[in-house]
Design a binder for this molecule. Structure first.
Ligand code: FES
Length: 112
């Protein structure tokens, strides 16, 4: 069973955490199941960017993103080469280290 390590995030997970996840499950589902309330404004239909995460380790184990995801990702706050929309990225068989970006587009709009 792959392990997911989540790096500390001030609001969602101040201490960071680690849990077992199932292969084939989306990163977003796995986070929510483990009480990390990541935003998922479009209900996981690849139509927003609020579920954006950066995969610090294990990125190569994920199926590559498709064109729609890439188009959406372009609009994400704090885009990085290892960025994914967590509702579209299915966990494979390797451990992942996941960072939750400081802001989402929703927050950025409210605070800046
Ligand atoms: S929840 Fe909207 S793209 Fe993932």
């Amino acid at each position: 069973m792959p392990k997911i390590i989540v790096l500390p995030h001030a609001d969602l997970c101040p201490e960071g955490t680690m849990f077992d996840a199932e292969s084939g499950q989306s990163i977003c589902d796995a986070l929510l199941e483990n009480d990390i309330e990541i935003e998922h404004a479009c209900e996981m239909s690849c139509a927003c960017t609020t579920c954006h995460v950066v995969v610090r380790e294990g990125f190569e184990s994920l199926e590559p993103s498709d064109e729609l995801e890439d188009d959406m990702l372009d609009k994400a706050w704090g885009l990085e080469p290892n960025s994914r929309l967590s509702c579209q990225a299915m966990i494979a068989d390797q451990d992942l280290v996941v960072e939750l970006p400081r802001y989402t587009v929703n927050h950025a709009r409210e605070h800046h």
